[in-house]
Design a protein around this ligand. Structure first.
Ligand code: NAG
Ligand code: NAG
Ligand code: NAG
Ligand code: NAG
Length: 677
């Protein structure tokens, strides 16, 4: 095999400085950084916010063709919701279903309101009658409130490459026992294409007006008074969302979207899959085409293997970020139904259900520090923001830029494509926060944008921000007198608030002073993330709606198969320590560590991690507890492990999938605050 095409020139690298930050060094530097920033904050009480939206902006001038071209004709309302899983072709080679579920799982009379769950599947590469068919792997992208449909459309095929057997199914001498999976996900209750939607705004215009105001107020900490106006904003939105309930008769979605309810939906989904598999088997066998290579695999054997035994279907799962809360809650509520579950980018479930959000930022500053370490190590030729005199000089350059921007935002004249704009302290803080989620994709862009700003040139940054407004303008024409609210599906970040506020303890009466000291606690945890992370819990200060029922037990259990926890050495919002803590609650589970920076393992391409996850799904093999995997590549084209290694064809195929996952336009899971804007 020739050298892998993704291998990059390495002559400019000092391999020693390019290695992962050593904790002691990081901590020392992080301290210096924190010190500087604290000085910045003196005299300006503040908070952060949803400028977060800028995080979703796509880079202007990106060369990608519009996605899902061929899907232009598919809309979810073409599908009539059904009690059974009925798949319809959708988008470009996917299959979609709308599954009817009771709004209230505790109702036994079969009456009452319904939820139509939007389900999407990348079909397995073999038919269900093939002995190598291994069922669905369910995904959840996090959030909470992330769209599983969107995740599958963006990443489903590459994720299938990771979990499937390395061989193509029609290869003449396939690997023995190789398996092929359906990749399945769904929009959780209240989210995107699942109906009814959860929404607190009259229409998209009202929501956008709100978001623009939040954005222009700035992130907490960006100036005096932001905390006070943000307090009032969260109060008004909380009261607004609570008022939706009064307008509804009977079962209102806001009371039925907490995580344990979604676990019940997942149980139904896998049971209905069992039913679908049995029927699909019968259909194929009737058609006379067995779809199996194996001569001794008789029709009767196939039928037996694929029969649905109600109540016995098991879960195969890969959940990211908040998806780890969902996965571990499933494991606690339904321990006997675990066949495989990868828990990636691990949240501390007790903290999440307490509504604390206090166990997320422990490694955040060290993660951002890696930007400076890598940037300084590759030098100005690759990282234009490198200050020449080593690491500290580059850190200082950034701190000075932030200080300058606070009092002197950069004025950006209009271009042919967009109106005039300014680039502020808030913009930079949000850019950085998003970048640390996905360093592979983002660090180079950050280096370019920061360098431009240092020269008082904000035009590329303004283009970047403008993408979001382009999305607004693309909103479908709206008829306010129509029966449906005028809304772009998926934009209702209130769904996220509803899920996390109703999962957490009630803080609907919390005093302002108490919340202000919570903000300072998070600021002390992380200079980079503390301000905007505060927005998550902030959204619950006047959230009145409580869920119809909660799961009160500890998130722990003896599962029918061990869980696989995975985490990165420096994950900005789900620190590795959570993986070890959660693993202790699930006997037999193990922790796999990926030695990289970023949120969830897919943010860094690692053949070692991917193969460990594949072996776990394929053969049930667990890595040794505490095993550490290196990545193949780091930001700024810095090579990871064994840069000159020659890869097999199978590894190259896997590497291509991993690279495009790491460079995906949207982060695997959005910063929660993003939706608050
Ligand atoms: C509702 O259902 C859940 C799970 O099925 C159960 O644990 C809970 O006790 C029920 N709550 C009520 C109020 O019946
Ligand atoms: C500002 O930066 C962009 C690239 O980011 C560049 O194309 C443009 O020429 C710069 N403008 C000025 C006035 O230097
Ligand atoms: C909602 O789902 C559609 C596909 O139906 C997808 O294109 C879109 O990105 C999703 N929206 C969000 C906010 O995830
Ligand atoms: C798991 O099983 C062990 C041994 O039976 C028991 O001691 C432990 O409490 C169980 N743990 C959970 C979380 O159920």
């Amino acid at each position: 095999m020739a050298a892998p095409p993704w291998k990059l020139p390495v002559d400019y690298l000092d391999p020693k400085s390019a290695s992962a930050p050593s904790p002691s060094r990081s901590r020392r530097l992080a301290k210096q950084t924190i010190h500087v920033v604290i000085l910045l904050l003196v005299g300006t009480v503040v908070l952060s916010q949803f400028h977060l939206d800028i995080l979703r902006f796509r880079f202007a001038g990106s060369r990608e063709p519009p996605r899902f071209d061929k899907s232009a004709t598919f809309t979810w309302d073409q599908i009539t919701p059904t009690e059974q899983l009925v798949y319809h072709p959708c988008f470009d080679g996917y299959e979609c279903s709308r599954l009817h579920l009771p709004m209230d799982w505790n109702r036994t009379d079969g009456q009452g309101a319904k939820v139509a769950l939007a389900v999407i599947k990348v079909p397995a590469k073999v038919p269900v009658t093939d002995s190598r068919y291994a069922g669905p792997i369910l995904l959840n992208p996090g959030g909470p409130g992330g769209s599983g449909v969107s995740l599958v459309l963006r990443m489903g095929r590459n994720i299938q490459t990771v979990v499937d057997s390395a061989d193509a199914p029609d290869e003449p001498h396939p690997l023995e026992g190789g398996k092929y999976y359906d990749i399945v996900s769904f929009d959780p209750r209240g989210v995107n294409n699942t109906s009814p939607a959860f929404s607190c705004f009259l229409d998209s215009a009202a929501r956008q007006a709100w978001k623009l105001q939040v954005a222009s107020e700035g992130i907490l900490g960006s100036s005096d008074g932001v905390f006070d106006s943000r307090w009032a904003r969260h109060e008004s939105l909380g009261l607004t969302c609570a008022a939706q309930e009064d307008g509804e008769e009977g079962e209102w979605i806001g009371r039925f979207m907490n995580t344990p309810t979604v676990v019940a939906d997942m149980v139904e989904l896998i049971e209905r899959h069992g039913e679908w598999r049995e029927q699909e088997t019968a259909r194929i066998l009737r058609s006379g085409c067995r779809g199996s290579l194996n001569e001794i695999d008789t029709a009767e054997a196939i039928r037996l293997r694929n029969r649905w035994v109600p109540g016995q279907e098991k879960l195969q799962y890969w959940g990211f970020s908040y998806g780890t809360v969902l996965g571990s809650t499933f494991a606690a509520m339904q321990p006997h139904r675990i066949h495989r579950a990868v828990i990636d980018g691990v949240c501390d479930a007790s903290d999440y259900y307490a509504g604390g959000w206090l166990t997320n930022l422990q490694d955040a500053d060290a993660a951002w520090l890696s930007f400076f370490e890598l940037c300084a190590s590759v030098g100005q030729g690759v990282c234009p923001f490198a200050a020449g005199e080593g690491l500290q000089a580059t850190v200082d350059r950034y701190e000075n830029l932030l200080t300058t921007l606070k009092s002197n935002p950069v004025a950006v004249p209009a271009s042919g494509k967009r109106g005039p704009d300014i680039i502020t302290y808030t913009d930079v803080k949000m850019l950085v926060a998003q970048a640390v989620y996905t360093p592979m994709k983002s660090f180079e862009r950050v280096a370019r944008l920061l360098t431009d700003l240092d020269h008082r040139n904000g035009s590329a940054f303004a283009d970047y921000k403008d993408q979001e407004r382009l999305d607004w303008r693309r909103a479908p024409p709206c008829n306010p007198s129509g029966s449906k609210p005028c809304m772009i599906p998926g934009e209702n970040y209130e769904a996220m608030m509803s899920i996390l506020c109703s999962d957490g303890e009630d803080i609907g009466e919390i005093a302002k002073e108490k919340f202000e000291s919570y903000w300072h606690t998070l600021q002390d945890q992380s200079e980079t993330f503390g301000d905007f992370w505060t927005e998550i819990r902030f959204s619950c200060i006047r959230w009145k709606t409580r869920p119809a029922w909660r799961f009160e037990s500890l998130i722990a259990g003896n599962t029918s198969y061990p869980l696989l926890f995975v985490g990165n050495t420096y994950d900005p919002v789900t620190p590795l320590r959570n993986a070890f803590k959660m693993s202790r609650q699930f006997p037999g589970s193990v922790v796999l560590q990926q030695d990289s920076v970023g949120h969830c393992t897919l943010s860094g391409p690692s053949l070692c991690t991917a193969k460990a996850i594949r072996e776990y799904f394929q053969k049930g093999e667990l890595p040794n507890h505490g095993k550490i995997c290196e990545v193949e590549e780091k930001p700024f084209h810095v090579p990871g492990i064994q840069p000159n290694r020659v890869l097999s064809a199978a590894d190259m195929k896997l590497m291509f999938a991993l690279r495009s996952l790491a460079h995906d336009e949207d982060p695997i899971t959005r910063i929660p605050g993003l939706h608050l804007l």
